[in-house]
Design a protein around this ligand. Structure first.
Ligand SMILES: [Zn+2]
Length: 471
């Protein structure tokens, strides 16, 4: 009898929260979305009316940061809770997949009784990149999309996503649905690209100008594009109306994404999902639109690329609706947060971020002082002159330090008075630069790879003047 009572007690202790109380989690991740082009974050154009309305019912993080400047490392950091140096998916050579020691967010949720699904139209979530672990349903339509329309638009996944929700919403088990929206990636597709600049007729409409190779040429890279693009760059730079139109085109694509998100949120309401589902809207990274002489998101860890929207609607924490949170939240914080929302264990995962759920309950809860990001890419066509793009930043509430390891240079900005980083104060503020440099070096040491040798994809790839290929 005693044993039976003990067993009963143990079972109660081990029991997971009742299924009815466990919340679904839907995560919409919009590729290439910079926060400052949302009305919620103070933009001048009415680009995002639906997501702004959602933001009034959600907690809005004002200083959410990507882990780096582009898709793959940010997806992998979301799905592993580790920085790119640890999960290893941060170069764009052929992927080897995740290291065996990684447990993904989807795996951990599945162990805890969640149904899991991913829908995407982006290249870096194709199964070859190794992030499918733990998803019951994994749908990526990139490879079947029309070559004239990649990344694949969300509307091509829309009905499949809704069908999946319909089939899984009443099954007893909660679910985790991760869907990327890839429409805002260059070339900024939308049904009405001239919406905000209807009278324009010029080179910014040229398909070449809207491609990634053009942005490499525009950014001053010496290779990775046809030489004739240099002439188009000269023409593009000769008149500010061309860049203005590119920005307007980006905004039109964001407005189109907003309409789709609005439609999706309406469907969720119709299905009665509002009270049992945590809905998160964020982005893997932002986009440079001419700031610091850069386009796209291939390099540069400036705010347009790093500062992403993050809005979290949590029906079980109604007091968080409408909250504006200024804490420095990173992409690695999403996995511990979602696991906490789900009541799933984080034990043994060695997660490097921290759950922001306590901030939803109490905005004055303790939080970190510094945040970090990096962009480390091994780009074969750049090896002639720039063997490795390796950039790091450390920031606190106001100050942000950039370190370009591959060219040994530094920049320092006061984001509180200069949010677009136009005045480099590195030479004028050596004490602040030294404080942030110490934090950056400490973070680099804490983040160094668990795996010996060069990152995945590097073997046989010789860095100029190093012995890297021997290890
Ligand atoms: Zn992306």
């Amino acid at each position: 009898m005693k044993n039976a009572a003990l067993l009963c007690l143990l079972l109660q202790l081990c029991q997971l929260p009742a299924a009815a109380a466990r919340l679904n989690v839907i995560f919409l991740d919009i590729c290439s979305t910079r926060a400052d082009h949302f009305g919620t974050y103070g933009y001048k154009r009415d680009t995002t009316p639906n997501m702004d309305a959602f933001g009034k019912k959600a907690a809005v993080f004002e200083n959410a940061m990507s882990e780096g400047s582009w898709c793959l490392p940010s997806y992998a950091s979301l799905l592993t809770g580790h920085v790119p140096e640890v999960h290893g998916l941060y170069n764009n050579l052929p992927a080897r997949g995740l290291p065996a020691f990684e447990t993904t967010l989807a795996e951990q949720l599945k162990r805890s009784g969640y149904k899991t699904a991913l829908f995407s139209g982006g290249v870096y979530l194709m199964p070859a990149w190794g992030l499918a672990k733990g998803f019951d349903t994994y749908t990526n339509i990139f490879s079947t999309a029309s070559p004239a329309r990649v990344p694949a638009p969300f509307e091509d996944n829309f009905e499949a996503v809704l069908d999946w929700v319909r089939k899984n919403k009443d099954g007893g088990d909660p679910f985790f649905l991760f869907a990327t929206i890839d429409d805002l990636h260059t070339p900024y597709h939308s049904p009405d690209p001239k919406k905000y600049d209807p009278d324009y007729d010029g080179i910014a409409q040229d398909p070449d100008v809207l491609g990634v190779p053009f942005s490499r040429a525009y950014n001053g890279q010496e290779s990775g594009y046809p030489p004739e693009l240099k002439k188009k760059v000269e023409e593009f730079k000769s008149d500010p109306r061309h860049l203005n139109h590119l920005v307007a085109r980006y905004d039109a694509a964001l407005n189109s994404v907003d309409a789709q998100v609005g439609k999706f949120l309406e469907k969720m309401r119709e299905m009665g999902m509002e009270d049992n589902t945590v809905l998160i809207i964020s982005a893997d990274h932002g986009e440079l639109l001419g700031e610091q002489g850069l386009l796209n998101h291939t390099q540069g860890l400036y705010e347009p690329v790093l500062r992403v929207p993050l809005m979290v609607r949590h029906p079980a924490v109604p007091g968080s609706a409408g909250a504006r949170l200024k804490q420095l939240v990173q992409r690695i914080d999403l996995m511990p947060s979602i696991l906490e929302i789900a009541g799933a264990s984080q034990l043994g995962l060695g997660l490097q971020g921290r759950s922001f759920v306590p901030l939803l309950k109490d905005p004055s809860a303790p939080w970190r002082e510094y945040a970090f990001a990096r962009s480390s890419r091994n780009v074969p066509f750049l090896t002639g002159t720039v063997p490795l793009i390796d950039e790091r930043v450390a920031r606190d509430a106001c100050w942000k330090l950039h370190h370009y390891l591959y060219k040994d240079s530094w920049e320092l900005y006061d984001l509180c008075s200069d949010p677009l980083e136009t005045r480099d104060l590195y030479a004028e503020k050596p004490e602040i630069a030294a404080r942030l440099a110490f934090q950056l070096l400490k973070n680099m040491e804490e983040s160094r790879p668990h795996q010996p040798g060069p990152p995945p994809g590097m073997s046989g790839f010789r860095l100029k003047g190093t012995d890297a290929d021997k290890y």
